[in-house]
Design a binder for this molecule. Structure first.
Ligand code: ADP
Ligand code: MG
Length: 333
Protein backbone atom coordinates (compact mmCIF):
# COMPACT_ATOMS: atom_id res chain seq x y z
CA UNK A 1 0.00 0.00 0.00
CA UNK A 2 1.35 3.42 -0.94
CA UNK A 3 1.94 6.17 1.60
CA UNK A 4 -0.86 8.26 0.12
CA UNK A 5 -3.32 5.43 0.59
CA UNK A 6 -2.03 4.90 4.11
CA UNK A 7 -2.48 8.56 5.00
CA UNK A 8 -5.92 8.53 3.39
CA UNK A 9 -7.01 5.65 5.63
CA UNK A 10 -5.47 7.31 8.67
CA UNK A 11 -6.98 10.70 8.03
CA UNK A 12 -10.48 9.89 6.88
CA UNK A 13 -11.19 6.56 8.56
CA UNK A 14 -8.79 5.34 11.26
CA UNK A 15 -8.52 8.61 13.18
CA UNK A 16 -12.27 8.96 13.48
CA UNK A 17 -12.88 5.29 14.14
CA UNK A 18 -10.56 5.36 17.12
CA UNK A 19 -13.17 7.22 19.16
CA UNK A 20 -15.59 4.50 18.39
CA UNK A 21 -13.85 1.20 19.07
CA UNK A 22 -15.24 0.50 22.54
CA UNK A 23 -16.57 -2.79 21.25
CA UNK A 24 -13.41 -4.03 19.57
CA UNK A 25 -10.45 -5.33 21.53
CA UNK A 26 -8.32 -4.26 18.57
CA UNK A 27 -9.56 -2.05 15.74
CA UNK A 28 -7.93 -0.65 12.58
CA UNK A 29 -4.19 -1.05 12.08
CA UNK A 30 -3.29 -4.68 12.52
CA UNK A 31 -3.74 -7.70 10.24
CA UNK A 32 -7.15 -8.39 11.73
CA UNK A 33 -9.52 -6.63 14.06
CA UNK A 34 -10.23 -8.53 17.26
CA UNK A 35 -13.79 -8.63 18.48
CA UNK A 36 -14.80 -10.35 21.73
CA UNK A 37 -17.88 -12.54 21.25
CA UNK A 38 -20.81 -11.44 23.43
CA UNK A 39 -21.56 -14.30 25.82
CA UNK A 40 -24.75 -16.16 24.96
CA UNK A 41 -25.37 -14.29 21.70
CA UNK A 42 -25.03 -15.18 18.04
CA UNK A 43 -23.03 -12.99 15.68
CA UNK A 44 -25.24 -11.63 12.86
CA UNK A 45 -23.15 -10.81 9.77
CA UNK A 46 -24.19 -9.16 6.52
CA UNK A 47 -22.43 -7.66 3.48
CA UNK A 48 -23.76 -5.18 0.94
CA UNK A 49 -21.96 -3.72 -2.03
CA UNK A 50 -22.72 -0.36 -3.68
CA UNK A 51 -21.50 0.14 -7.23
CA UNK A 52 -21.51 3.46 -9.08
CA UNK A 53 -24.07 3.56 -11.88
CA UNK A 54 -25.92 0.60 -10.45
CA UNK A 55 -26.78 1.64 -6.89
CA UNK A 56 -25.98 5.34 -7.04
CA UNK A 57 -25.34 7.98 -9.69
CA UNK A 58 -21.80 9.32 -10.25
CA UNK A 59 -22.76 12.81 -9.03
CA UNK A 60 -24.35 11.64 -5.76
CA UNK A 61 -23.71 13.80 -2.69
CA UNK A 62 -20.79 12.01 -0.94
CA UNK A 63 -22.22 12.74 2.53
CA UNK A 64 -25.45 11.01 1.51
CA UNK A 65 -23.46 8.12 0.00
CA UNK A 66 -21.54 7.62 3.25
CA UNK A 67 -24.85 7.49 5.10
CA UNK A 68 -26.53 5.14 2.65
CA UNK A 69 -23.63 2.72 2.35
CA UNK A 70 -23.87 2.01 6.09
CA UNK A 71 -27.66 2.42 6.30
CA UNK A 72 -28.39 -0.43 3.87
CA UNK A 73 -26.11 -2.70 5.88
CA UNK A 74 -27.59 -1.69 9.25
CA UNK A 75 -30.99 -2.32 7.71
CA UNK A 76 -30.06 -6.00 7.34
CA UNK A 77 -29.13 -6.17 11.02
CA UNK A 78 -32.43 -4.47 11.87
CA UNK A 79 -34.35 -7.03 9.85
CA UNK A 80 -32.69 -9.81 11.83
CA UNK A 81 -33.44 -8.15 15.17
CA UNK A 82 -29.69 -7.76 15.74
CA UNK A 83 -27.91 -5.01 17.67
CA UNK A 84 -25.14 -3.35 15.59
CA UNK A 85 -21.59 -3.71 16.92
CA UNK A 86 -19.03 -3.12 14.22
CA UNK A 87 -18.40 -2.86 10.49
CA UNK A 88 -15.64 -3.06 7.91
CA UNK A 89 -15.33 -0.89 4.81
CA UNK A 90 -13.74 -1.97 1.52
CA UNK A 91 -13.36 1.00 -0.75
CA UNK A 92 -12.24 1.31 -4.38
CA UNK A 93 -11.61 4.90 -5.46
CA UNK A 94 -10.46 6.21 -8.83
CA UNK A 95 -9.05 9.59 -7.84
CA UNK A 96 -9.31 10.29 -4.10
CA UNK A 97 -10.40 13.90 -3.53
CA UNK A 98 -10.10 15.34 -0.06
CA UNK A 99 -13.41 17.18 -0.05
CA UNK A 100 -15.18 14.07 -1.32
CA UNK A 101 -13.59 11.80 1.30
CA UNK A 102 -14.26 14.31 4.06
CA UNK A 103 -17.96 14.48 3.22
CA UNK A 104 -18.21 10.71 2.67
CA UNK A 105 -16.63 9.88 6.01
CA UNK A 106 -18.76 12.55 7.77
CA UNK A 107 -21.93 10.89 6.46
CA UNK A 108 -20.65 7.43 7.34
CA UNK A 109 -19.55 8.24 10.90
CA UNK A 110 -22.61 10.36 11.71
CA UNK A 111 -24.77 7.25 11.24
CA UNK A 112 -22.21 4.85 12.77
CA UNK A 113 -22.06 6.93 15.94
CA UNK A 114 -25.85 7.14 16.24
CA UNK A 115 -26.07 3.35 16.31
CA UNK A 116 -22.84 2.71 18.24
CA UNK A 117 -21.37 0.72 15.36
CA UNK A 118 -17.57 0.87 15.23
CA UNK A 119 -15.43 0.85 12.08
CA UNK A 120 -12.90 -1.89 12.82
CA UNK A 121 -11.12 -2.42 9.50
CA UNK A 122 -11.35 -2.52 5.75
CA UNK A 123 -9.40 -2.30 2.56
CA UNK A 124 -8.60 0.59 0.25
CA UNK A 125 -7.61 0.35 -3.38
CA UNK A 126 -7.64 2.31 -6.62
CA UNK A 127 -10.40 1.49 -9.09
CA UNK A 128 -13.89 2.42 -10.25
CA UNK A 129 -15.87 3.74 -7.25
CA UNK A 130 -17.19 0.77 -5.35
CA UNK A 131 -18.09 0.33 -1.68
CA UNK A 132 -18.43 -2.92 0.18
CA UNK A 133 -19.40 -2.92 3.84
CA UNK A 134 -19.75 -5.83 6.21
CA UNK A 135 -21.66 -5.33 9.45
CA UNK A 136 -21.52 -7.40 12.63
CA UNK A 137 -24.26 -7.47 15.22
CA UNK A 138 -25.47 -9.46 18.21
CA UNK A 139 -28.71 -11.36 18.59
CA UNK A 140 -29.80 -13.92 21.19
CA UNK A 141 -30.23 -17.35 19.53
CA UNK A 142 -34.00 -17.56 20.09
CA UNK A 143 -34.67 -13.94 19.16
CA UNK A 144 -33.41 -13.71 15.55
CA UNK A 145 -36.17 -12.57 13.15
CA UNK A 146 -35.77 -15.19 10.44
CA UNK A 147 -37.48 -15.34 7.06
CA UNK A 148 -38.66 -18.90 7.66
CA UNK A 149 -40.67 -18.10 10.80
CA UNK A 150 -43.99 -16.83 9.35
CA UNK A 151 -47.02 -18.86 10.46
CA UNK A 152 -50.56 -19.22 9.07
CA UNK A 153 -52.81 -16.65 10.79
CA UNK A 154 -50.00 -14.09 11.26
CA UNK A 155 -50.66 -10.47 10.37
CA UNK A 156 -48.32 -8.88 7.82
CA UNK A 157 -46.93 -5.47 8.78
CA UNK A 158 -44.67 -2.85 7.22
CA UNK A 159 -42.90 0.12 8.78
CA UNK A 160 -42.90 3.69 7.42
CA UNK A 161 -44.18 4.38 3.91
CA UNK A 162 -43.25 2.56 0.72
CA UNK A 163 -42.43 3.80 -2.78
CA UNK A 164 -40.85 7.16 -1.96
CA UNK A 165 -37.32 6.22 -3.02
CA UNK A 166 -38.62 4.91 -6.35
CA UNK A 167 -40.58 8.12 -6.91
CA UNK A 168 -37.37 10.12 -6.28
CA UNK A 169 -35.47 7.94 -8.74
CA UNK A 170 -38.22 8.63 -11.30
CA UNK A 171 -37.61 12.36 -10.88
CA UNK A 172 -33.86 11.89 -11.46
CA UNK A 173 -34.57 9.76 -14.52
CA UNK A 174 -37.13 12.21 -15.91
CA UNK A 175 -39.95 9.65 -15.74
CA UNK A 176 -42.24 12.25 -14.15
CA UNK A 177 -41.81 16.01 -13.76
CA UNK A 178 -40.48 17.44 -10.48
CA UNK A 179 -43.13 20.16 -10.87
CA UNK A 180 -45.72 17.66 -9.53
CA UNK A 181 -44.41 18.34 -6.02
CA UNK A 182 -44.10 21.21 -3.56
CA UNK A 183 -40.50 21.81 -2.51
CA UNK A 184 -40.95 20.08 0.89
CA UNK A 185 -42.46 16.98 -0.74
CA UNK A 186 -39.72 16.74 -3.36
CA UNK A 187 -37.17 17.06 -0.54
CA UNK A 188 -38.88 14.26 1.39
CA UNK A 189 -38.71 11.96 -1.64
CA UNK A 190 -35.03 12.73 -2.21
CA UNK A 191 -34.37 12.11 1.48
CA UNK A 192 -36.00 8.68 1.23
CA UNK A 193 -33.75 7.74 -1.69
CA UNK A 194 -30.49 9.18 -0.36
CA UNK A 195 -30.78 8.86 3.41
CA UNK A 196 -32.90 5.86 4.37
CA UNK A 197 -33.14 5.38 8.15
CA UNK A 198 -32.24 1.81 9.14
CA UNK A 199 -35.04 0.50 11.40
CA UNK A 200 -32.61 -0.82 14.01
CA UNK A 201 -34.66 0.34 17.02
CA UNK A 202 -37.79 -1.24 15.59
CA UNK A 203 -35.99 -4.52 14.84
CA UNK A 204 -34.78 -4.69 18.45
CA UNK A 205 -38.24 -3.80 19.80
CA UNK A 206 -39.77 -6.61 17.70
CA UNK A 207 -37.58 -9.30 19.29
CA UNK A 208 -39.87 -11.90 20.83
CA UNK A 209 -42.93 -10.28 19.18
CA UNK A 210 -42.52 -10.65 15.41
CA UNK A 211 -42.20 -14.07 13.81
CA UNK A 212 -40.54 -13.45 10.40
CA UNK A 213 -38.97 -10.22 9.15
CA UNK A 214 -36.89 -8.78 6.34
CA UNK A 215 -35.99 -5.36 5.06
CA UNK A 216 -37.58 -4.22 1.81
CA UNK A 217 -34.79 -3.46 -0.62
CA UNK A 218 -36.21 -4.81 -3.89
CA UNK A 219 -39.88 -3.88 -3.47
CA UNK A 220 -42.56 -5.35 -1.19
CA UNK A 221 -43.88 -7.83 -3.78
CA UNK A 222 -40.54 -9.51 -4.37
CA UNK A 223 -39.31 -9.33 -0.80
CA UNK A 224 -42.50 -10.61 0.86
CA UNK A 225 -42.28 -13.53 -1.57
CA UNK A 226 -38.95 -14.46 0.08
CA UNK A 227 -40.69 -14.82 3.45
CA UNK A 228 -43.45 -16.90 1.84
CA UNK A 229 -41.00 -19.22 0.10
CA UNK A 230 -38.83 -19.72 3.15
CA UNK A 231 -41.81 -20.20 5.48
CA UNK A 232 -43.89 -22.29 2.99
CA UNK A 233 -47.01 -20.13 3.42
CA UNK A 234 -49.22 -17.85 1.30
CA UNK A 235 -50.28 -14.23 1.81
CA UNK A 236 -53.20 -11.91 1.15
CA UNK A 237 -52.33 -8.21 0.98
CA UNK A 238 -54.81 -5.34 0.83
CA UNK A 239 -53.08 -2.84 -1.45
CA UNK A 240 -55.25 0.00 -0.12
CA UNK A 241 -53.60 -0.51 3.28
CA UNK A 242 -50.03 -0.26 1.98
CA UNK A 243 -48.79 3.01 3.52
CA UNK A 244 -48.00 5.76 1.00
CA UNK A 245 -46.70 9.24 1.76
CA UNK A 246 -48.52 12.44 0.86
CA UNK A 247 -45.79 13.07 -1.74
CA UNK A 248 -46.25 9.67 -3.38
CA UNK A 249 -49.98 10.33 -3.65
CA UNK A 250 -49.24 13.08 -6.18
CA UNK A 251 -48.50 10.40 -8.78
CA UNK A 252 -51.26 8.64 -10.78
CA UNK A 253 -52.84 5.79 -8.77
CA UNK A 254 -51.37 2.99 -10.87
CA UNK A 255 -47.86 4.48 -10.68
CA UNK A 256 -48.18 4.96 -6.90
CA UNK A 257 -49.01 1.32 -6.59
CA UNK A 258 -46.08 0.19 -8.69
CA UNK A 259 -43.71 2.42 -6.71
CA UNK A 260 -45.06 1.13 -3.38
CA UNK A 261 -45.20 -2.56 -4.29
CA UNK A 262 -42.26 -2.97 -6.64
CA UNK A 263 -40.17 0.16 -6.30
CA UNK A 264 -37.19 -0.96 -4.27
CA UNK A 265 -34.72 0.92 -2.05
CA UNK A 266 -37.33 1.39 0.72
CA UNK A 267 -35.32 -0.11 3.60
CA UNK A 268 -38.48 -0.43 5.66
CA UNK A 269 -39.18 -3.64 7.58
CA UNK A 270 -41.80 -6.13 6.47
CA UNK A 271 -42.65 -8.58 9.25
CA UNK A 272 -45.26 -11.01 10.43
CA UNK A 273 -46.65 -11.34 13.93
CA UNK A 274 -49.48 -13.29 15.53
CA UNK A 275 -52.86 -11.59 15.90
CA UNK A 276 -52.52 -11.53 19.70
CA UNK A 277 -49.42 -9.34 19.31
CA UNK A 278 -51.17 -6.38 17.65
CA UNK A 279 -50.91 -4.11 20.70
CA UNK A 280 -47.29 -5.12 21.25
CA UNK A 281 -46.40 -4.37 17.60
CA UNK A 282 -48.00 -0.92 17.83
CA UNK A 283 -46.10 -0.29 21.06
CA UNK A 284 -42.85 -1.36 19.37
CA UNK A 285 -43.51 1.10 16.54
CA UNK A 286 -44.29 3.89 19.01
CA UNK A 287 -41.12 3.09 20.96
CA UNK A 288 -39.06 3.19 17.74
CA UNK A 289 -40.76 6.37 16.53
CA UNK A 290 -41.93 4.86 13.26
CA UNK A 291 -45.43 4.05 12.00
CA UNK A 292 -46.25 0.37 11.64
CA UNK A 293 -49.15 -0.63 9.40
CA UNK A 294 -50.99 -3.92 9.08
CA UNK A 295 -51.37 -4.75 5.38
CA UNK A 296 -52.46 -8.39 5.20
CA UNK A 297 -52.44 -11.92 6.54
CA UNK A 298 -50.46 -15.11 6.19
CA UNK A 299 -52.36 -18.29 5.33
CA UNK A 300 -51.50 -21.96 4.94
CA UNK A 301 -50.73 -23.30 1.46
CA UNK A 302 -53.78 -25.14 0.10
CA UNK A 303 -51.61 -28.09 -0.78
CA UNK A 304 -48.13 -28.77 0.48
CA UNK A 305 -46.76 -28.66 -3.08
CA UNK A 306 -48.34 -25.28 -3.93
CA UNK A 307 -46.12 -22.38 -4.89
CA UNK A 308 -46.32 -19.70 -2.19
CA UNK A 309 -47.89 -16.58 -3.67
CA UNK A 310 -49.41 -13.23 -2.77
CA UNK A 311 -53.12 -12.60 -3.39
CA UNK A 312 -53.62 -8.83 -3.80
CA UNK A 313 -57.00 -7.31 -2.91
CA UNK A 314 -58.46 -3.83 -2.50
CA UNK A 315 -60.14 -2.58 0.69
CA UNK A 316 -63.43 -4.26 -0.36
CA UNK A 317 -61.57 -7.61 -0.49
CA UNK A 318 -61.96 -7.69 -4.29
CA UNK A 319 -59.10 -9.66 -5.85
CA UNK A 320 -56.79 -7.58 -8.06
CA UNK A 321 -54.56 -8.89 -10.79
CA UNK A 322 -51.44 -6.76 -10.71
CA UNK A 323 -48.65 -6.94 -13.24
CA UNK A 324 -45.62 -5.68 -11.38
CA UNK A 325 -43.04 -7.14 -13.73
CA UNK A 326 -40.85 -4.90 -15.78
CA UNK A 327 -41.00 -2.07 -13.27
CA UNK A 328 -37.31 -1.73 -12.90
CA UNK A 329 -35.78 -0.05 -9.85
CA UNK A 330 -32.27 1.10 -9.11
CA UNK A 331 -30.74 -2.21 -8.14
CA UNK A 332 -32.30 -4.48 -10.74
CA UNK A 333 -30.57 -7.63 -9.41
P1 ADP B 1 -3.50 -5.58 4.61
O1 ADP B 1 -2.16 -5.35 3.94
O2 ADP B 1 -3.45 -6.59 5.73
O3 ADP B 1 -4.62 -5.72 3.66
P2 ADP B 1 -3.90 -2.82 4.73
O4 ADP B 1 -2.53 -2.24 4.62
O5 ADP B 1 -4.78 -2.89 3.54
O6 ADP B 1 -3.77 -4.22 5.42
O7 ADP B 1 -4.71 -2.03 5.87
C1 ADP B 1 -4.07 -1.60 7.04
C2 ADP B 1 -5.09 -1.46 8.13
O8 ADP B 1 -6.02 -0.46 7.75
C3 ADP B 1 -5.89 -2.74 8.39
O9 ADP B 1 -6.12 -2.81 9.78
C4 ADP B 1 -7.17 -2.51 7.65
O10 ADP B 1 -8.26 -3.18 8.28
C5 ADP B 1 -7.34 -0.98 7.75
N1 ADP B 1 -8.05 -0.38 6.61
C6 ADP B 1 -7.69 -0.36 5.31
N2 ADP B 1 -8.59 0.33 4.57
C7 ADP B 1 -9.55 0.74 5.42
C8 ADP B 1 -10.77 1.49 5.27
N3 ADP B 1 -11.19 1.95 4.09
N4 ADP B 1 -11.51 1.68 6.38
C9 ADP B 1 -11.11 1.21 7.57
N5 ADP B 1 -10.00 0.53 7.79
C10 ADP B 1 -9.21 0.28 6.72
MG1 MG C 1 -5.52 -4.42 2.44
Amino acid sequence: MSLSEFSLIERFFARRARHDTRDAVLGIGDDCALLAPSPGELLAISTDMLVEGRHFLPDVDPHALGHKALAVNLSDLAAMGARPRAFTLALALQTPREDWLEAFSDGLFALAERYGCALIGGDTTRGPLNLCLTVFGDVPPDRALRRDAARAGDDIWVSGTLGDARAALGILRGEWPASLWEADEAAALKHALERPEPRVTLGLALRGIAHAALDISDGLAGDLAHILERSRVAATVDVDCVPRSRALRKLPADVQLRCALAGGDDYELCFTAPREAREAVLDAGAHAGVAVTRIGTISALREAADTPSIAWTDAAQTPLSLSLHGFDHFDAD
